[in-house]
Design a protein around this ligand. Structure first.
Ligand SMILES: Cc1ncc(COP(=O)(O)O)c(C=O)c1O
Length: 403
């Protein structure tokens, strides 16, 4: 991995004061570029929302707004408040996720957010009761756990027994009950298949199945139109640097063709994207505290582990990485270092699960150097075990490239 020069300069500058360096460095320009690009190439009617679960840092929300995201996909009241603090209107918020509490739903109804995506009958009834009490209506989408999935995706959200949405097979029972709730304005469907999909054809195939499902539902219930169809997120990132990148242009043209083929030109389509927008905006940078050999393999121990960057361990992958050599004074003459070898990187936690990377080829590294993990802008700090062992949180440093 090549560390961009402004990121490396920031690391070197920050390390001058001598205290242990452990930080995320963010540059949100890829997110801005990508949202603008998608807004240009997507077919008429497709709206890009930022799924802030990928990175809720205010700089990311600010960037999403500047770039022209239609709004924010939220998954909690905490996210709703952060989005509003960043300047988004409640009418720009869409709320998906199982287990929304009564308080969370009440805030959404009171603030008239754009759509709540119903995950169960109990949730539908809670929203109806809140709306009844406030004498208002609420726009809703129905999240369906379709009976298809994308097999080779990193994480799947539909198919099989899932906690997300209502099973497609139960629609005959559930949908009439939901439609009978007079305070809910049924606007359409949410079917989110999978996260981390690199193959455009897989995602397009999912869109086709969702369109077929839409047609079946509309044929059966003549009084409803699904005028919003939400595909969730899913655009993948090539973490393992195989050269297979997600092709948004191919997705846009494929989706455009499909919209025309199904005669769906007058509908709205929602993309709730997190990873593909945010991953390239972040680097996790952590100081090498120790290097030692254990039974012929080098163990590199860093200041931060899965308490600060859990993704590689959680998904059993190595993120792209590089070392910033700082040439620091040795602690003792025979101190161990790394020279052209495959090594293990871990953090300071008392569990062997605390892995940052394994069998990764390193040219040269010494105690005091900085290990830099790329593509760390999405699902980084906030998906980590930050409370475990009570280490201080890493800094979050926002930079812009002025070159
Ligand atoms: C409901 C929902 N929407 C959007 C996303 C964002 O997905 P991605 O980061 O794959 O774009 C997620 C991720 O889990 C999600 O659960």
């Amino acid at each position: 991995m090549q560390i961009p020069s402004h990121i490396e300069q920031t690391i070197r500058r920050q390390c001058q004061n001598g205290s242990t360096f452990n930080a995320y460095i963010y540059d949100t320009s890829p997110l801005i570029k990508r949202i603008k690009y998608l807004n240009q190439i997507m077919p008429q009617g497709v709206e890009v929302f930022y799924a802030m679960k990928a990175n809720p840092h205010p700089a990311f929300l600010d960037a999403a707004q500047k770039a022209g995201a239609t709004g924010i996909e939220i998954a909690s009241l905490g996210e709703a408040k952060k989005a509003v603090d960043a300047g988004f209107l409640p009418s720009q918020l869409i709320y998906t996720g199982p287990g929304k509490s009564p308080e969370e739903l009440a805030w959404c109804v009171d603030n008239r957010i754009r759509t709540i995506h119903i995950e169960s009958l109990a949730e539908a009834h809670r929203i109806q009761n809140l709306c009844d009490a406030a004498n208002q209506t609420q726009d809703v989408l129905l999240r369906i756990n379709a009976n298809f999935d994308i097999h080779d995706a990193q994480t799947t959200f539909s198919g099989g027994s899932k906690k997300f949405g209502i099973d497609e097979e139960q629609l005959d029972i559930a949908l009439p009950q939901i439609l009978a709730l007079d305070k809910l304005r049924f606007r359409g469907l949410h079917v989110y298949a999978a996260s981390g999909v690199l193959n455009v054809d897989d995602l397009l195939h999912n869109c086709k199945l969702v369109f077929d499902l839409t047609k079946r539902i509309e044929a059966q219930y003549h009084n409803i139109v699904c005028d919003i169809i939400d595909f969730g997120g899913g655009f993948g990132i090539d973490y393992e640097e195989t050269g297979h990148n997600f092709d948004p242009q191919a997705y846009a043209s494929g989706l455009g063709d499909m919209i025309r083929q199904y005669g769906f030109e007058n509908r709205q389509f929602v993309l709730e994207l997190g990873r593909w927008l945010a991953a390239e905006c972040g680097w996790f940078c952590t100081e090498i505290i120790d290097i030692k050999t254990s039974r012929s393999k080098k163990q590199v121990i860093c200041a931060g582990g899965i308490n600060h960057f859990r993704r590689p361990a959680a998904l059993s992958i190595n993120h792209p990485m590089a070392i910033v050599n700082l040439g620091r004074t040795k602690l003792f003459e025979n101190q161990e270092s790394i020279h052209q070898e495959k090594v293990y990187f871990g953090g300071p936690l008392c569990t062997s699960a605390d892995k940052l990377a394994n069998d990764v080829w390193i040219e040269e590294a010494h105690i005091g150097d900085i290990a830099v993990f790329g593509l760390a802008g999405a699902y980084g700090l906030t998906m980590s075990n930050t409370g475990f062992l009570s280490h201080a949180l890493p800094k979050e440093i926002v930079v812009t490239n002025t070159e």
